[in-house]
Design a protein around this ligand. Structure first.
Ligand code: ADP
Ligand code: MG
Length: 459
């Protein structure tokens, strides 16, 4: 060992961060690698895993006494003065409640952006205008932009892309949370508020109050007048979002949900539908290779159509082609042309169209599930309200109410009729219809077996 520098002394450390900094200096002084430290600790009969040393020295938290003992001994010094200093700092930290390292003042919680994000130019402009107040939000009111659309249409990708693009506008930070609205365990307000408060610099668990109202008030205080963007992804309902809204202008909120959040009165609603055919082909080209798409333009257009221009389905189709470079595009198109196999083919790794549809279906109320299944028995994708009344065996008004529940869940689209008194036509996207047909096959047949009297032809 060539000890060129003075031996670091633990006496000067006042905070956990300073203490860890001195431990780092001690290693530099000892000129030992993590591996050598581990071996030297073993010689003293002590345990000092390399990974633990790297982790402890990389954080600002006060290490355990056992670690300090083994580490200092391995460096060739007497541990006692270091253990004494550690004890002194631990006692001081407890009284201050500050033994958790300070979080950065500017939270940057957005997940990473897609390298191959495609299209959506108009939506990005609308979101930007809505969040920055360019669309005329009253001064002091928090702008809320809500993006809705069915599973896999690209809501999260769009929100994340838009939020990254606005980094320079929201210089006080970007908060992000997945509210798990489509799951059976959506995030509650306490869980999210505590996370947000920590990210905004509230130290440690000691200072966090119990009551959700108080947490909310603290959150509104800390977020007030800050240029902060709050992204609430995958919201189940307005009720879930309300406690997470800042109270006064400065911050802005971007929400995504499968539902249209009408009662909340967002400053701006952005309804996300399928990509345009050209954007679909462009997305496929970026994932599977521009040369392959250029060589088989018709097959590429067919794949985009058979995927319903849905980004999730296209991501899966593209990924399947990308890992089979030798496949002609038409081979995949052929597999997708078979209605009975299409949902099976649209799966790779942890992505599967059917699985997303299953989640949406499971989240529907019982009556809406039955309406959904009955629509799956139809051959045509479009259904005028009058025909829906016959199918559902109820008056037109009630049929429309039932179908609107599926529109709100983004499983149907409503096309208003033209002219006065014209009725609405409802359209079910092809992939959704294939799944509805599967459900009808599995559940309606079973229901009819159980109750033969209920059998009646559906026209
Ligand atoms: N504009 C886009 N460009 C490229 N890929 C996209 C785009 N939008 C969505 N995707 C891809 O589609 C899939 C589903 O998108 P996601 O944002 O998770 O949908 P949602 O949040 O609506 O369920 C993701 O794998 C994503 O990579
Ligand atoms: Mg999502």
């Amino acid at each position: 060992m060539s000890h060129t520098n003075a031996v670091p002394s633990p006496e000067t450390a006042r905070t956990p961060e300073e203490f860890v900094r001195l431990l780092r200096r001690l290693r530099a002084w000892s000129e030992l690698t993590y591996r050598e430290l581990e071996i030297r600790a073993q010689r003293h009969g002590l345990h000092l895993a390399r990974s633990t040393t790297a982790a402890v020295l990389g954080r600002g938290a006060l290490p355990r006494a056992g670690f300090v003992h083994a580490y200092v001994a391995a460096c060739g010094l007497t541990p006692e003065p270091w253990l004494g200093a550690r004890q002194r700092i631990a006692a001081a930290s407890e009284t201050r409640g500050a033994d958790i390292p300070a979080v950065p003042a500017v939270p940057a919680q957005l997940p990473c952006d897609l390298a191959d994000f495609t299209g959506r130019e108009a939506h990005l402009t609308a979101i930007g205008e809505g969040l920055t107040g360019a669309s005329g939000t009253t001064h002091g009111v928090v702008p809320v932009v809500a993006v809705s659309g069915r599973a896999g249409v690209g809501k999260t990708s769009l929100a994340v892309h838009a939020a990254h693009a606005l980094t320079e506008r929201f210089t006080d930070g970007r908060l992000f949370v997945d509210l798990r609205g489509a799951s059976s365990a959506p995030a509650g307000p306490r869980e999210v508020l505590v996370r947000f408060l920590r990210a905004l610099g509230l130290p440690g668990p000691i200072a966090v109050p119990d009551a959700v109202e108080e947490l909310g008030a603290l959150y509104r205080t800390l977020s007030a007048h800050r240029d902060l963007l709050v992204v609430l992804d995958n919201a189940a309902s307005e009720r879930q979002i309300r406690p997470l809204l800042p109270g006064v202008g400065g911050p802005a909120v971007l929400v995504t949900s499968r539902h249209r959040l009408t009662s909340m009165g967002p400053s701006r609603s952005v309804e996300l539908g399928p990509l345009s055919p050209d954007q679909g082909v462009a997305m496929l080209a970026r994932i599977a290779g521009a040369d392959r798409v250029a060589a088989e333009r018709q097959a590429a257009a067919d794949i985009v159509r058979l995927c319903g221009r849905c980004p999730l389905a296209l991501r899966i189709a593209g990924a399947r082609l990308a890992c089979r470079r030798q496949w002609p595009l038409d081979r995949l198109a052929d597999l997708l042309r078979d209605d009975r196999r299409r949902l099976d083919e649209l799966a790779i790794g942890d992505l599967a169209v059917r699985e997303r549809l299953e989640q949406e279906y499971a989240a529907l109320p019982q009556e809406a599930r039955r309406t959904f299944r009955l629509l799956g028995l139809l051959e045509a994708p479009c259904l005028p309200a009058g025909a829906a009344a016959a199918l559902l065996d109820c008056p037109v008004g009630l049929a429309e109410t039932r179908l609107e529940a599926l529109v709100d869940a983004s499983l149907l689209t409503a096309v208003p009729g033209e002219g006065t008194g014209a009725t609405t036509t409802y359209r079910m996207p092809d992939l959704v219809r294939l799944y509805a047909r599967e459900r009808a096959g599995a559940e309606e047949a079973a229901a009819q077996c159980r109750s033969p009297a209920a059998q009646r032809p559906v026209s």
